[in-house]
Write a protein that binds this ligand. Structure first.
Ligand code: BGC
Length: 374
């Protein structure tokens, strides 16, 4: 009974969408009659798998709920799963293989380790299942059809520029400034993209002496944070302070996300350093970090609105369902080692205390935090 009702509701929603889609252009017609069986669409109430990694930041927690609700509202049967905190790679591989066996038509994947899904994605391709890499690129396989994410290189550039701006605004002295560099987990394809984007801004300033990395650790492998775990960032920061800053000031740190930024702040505070003159970047607009920014501790974060990313993904799935051409806006940047994956990239926004009210104007939770602090 419930299933039939859902299917009917889904049909109505998709029909409504199809009608809107056809009203402005003649696009739907030709493409739906294409002969490529794999792109000719599928049932409007089909099962859609969503395989998310472990919950290393708030955005992953939010994404799960938004996919559950959004897929249901679009008439699909959602199958949303997280890889557990331990043994995540093997578990995610099993989850994806089971989704294929259970007849999913599209599988959306936020990869735990984007280099280790080749076997499962071959099974998916053999069964005609479309794969959308979500937020993190999946590498070394031809069997990833689309990528949907915020522009990760731009995230890095914004973080690099924010670090420079913060040093200027907060350090209380002119250059040179002492900084350290952190990057994300080596098994996440995003980590290098964020780091390279940031270094495109910071490396020239290291080269000309504006910035000094006292530890000398400027290679990505030296700066990595295994598993995106806060404890790992905190203990590396503790070691950096002990080894290099007992008699020197640490002016700032490039942190790739909010969770690590807060761990770095804890370490700097415990090391007896002045947080008011220290700059640390972040990403994700996590609740605790927005509070920290408003309290004058963390300097910046990035707003990557998860609801927009999930909505764009569901739009892709609807286009696949109808056999339409899937919207992409980048066909050059995301080479996964085997092919350039067609991507739809959304625009990230840098947030500091100054523009927080404007940046979160459409996010009642975060806006309330900002307004309470003003
Ligand atoms: C995401 C970030 C997140 C990190 C850790 C990355 O792939 O793009 O938003 O902070 O994973 O969860």
């Amino acid at each position: 009974m419930k299933r039939i009702a859902l299917a009917a509701a889904g049909l109505a929603a998709v029909t409504a969408l199809a009608l809107t889609g056809c009203s402005g252009t003649s696009r739907g017609g030709d493409e739906t009659t294409g002969t490529d069986a794999a792109t000719a669409g599928f049932a409007a109430d089909a099962t859609i798998g969503v395989a998310l990694p472990d919950k290393t930041s708030e955005n992953w927690v939010l994404a799960g709920g938004l996919f559950e609700d959004g897929l249901k509202a679009a008439g699909f049967t959602g199958d949303v799963q997280y890889a557990p905190a331990s043994n995540t790679v093997a578990e995610q591989q099993n989850q994806i293989a089971a989704m294929v066996t259970n007849g999913a038509k599209v599988i959306v994947i936020g990869a735990k380790d984007g280099k280790q899904l080749g076997t499962q994605l071959q099974q998916a391709a053999d069964a005609g299942v479309k794969i959308i890499a979500y937020d993190r690129l999946i590498e070394n396989t031809p069997n990833v059809d689309y990528y949907v994410a915020f522009d990760n290189y731009k995230v890095g550039e914004l973080q690099g520029q924010a670090l420079l701006d913060g040093l200027e605004a907060r350090s209380g002295h002119a250059a040179p400034w002492n900084i350290e560099l952190f990057s994300g987990s080596p098994d996440d394809a995003n980590s290098a993209v964020f780091f390279n984007g940031a270094m495109s801004v910071l490396q020239p300033k290291i080269d000309d002496g504006t910035l000094v990395v006292k530890s000398g650790q400027t290679e990505i492998a030296q700066t990595a944070t295994q598993g995106w775990e806060a404890e790992n960032a905190q203990s590396r920061m503790d070691s950096l302070l002990t080894a290099n800053y007992t008699d020197a000031t640490i002016d700032g740190v490039l942190s790739p996300n909010d969770n690590l930024a807060r761990a770095i702040i804890t370490s700097v505070k415990q090391g007896g350093k002045d947080i008011a003159t220290f700059t640390v970047t972040g990403q994700d607009s996590e609740v605790e970090s927005v509070k920290s920014i408003m309290a004058g501790e963390q300097y910046s974060t990035i707003n990557k609105d998860t609801s927009l990313l999930v909505a764009q993904t569901i739009k892709m799935i609807q286009q696949l369902q109808k056999g339409e051409t899937v919207d992409v806006n980048d066909t050059e940047q995301y080479d996964n080692g085997v092919k350039v994956v067609p991507a739809y990239l959304l625009d990230p926004v840098i947030v500091t205390k100054e523009n927080a009210a404007e940046a979160y104007a459409n996010n009642p939770n975060l806006l309330a935090i900002v307004e309470a602090a003003q």
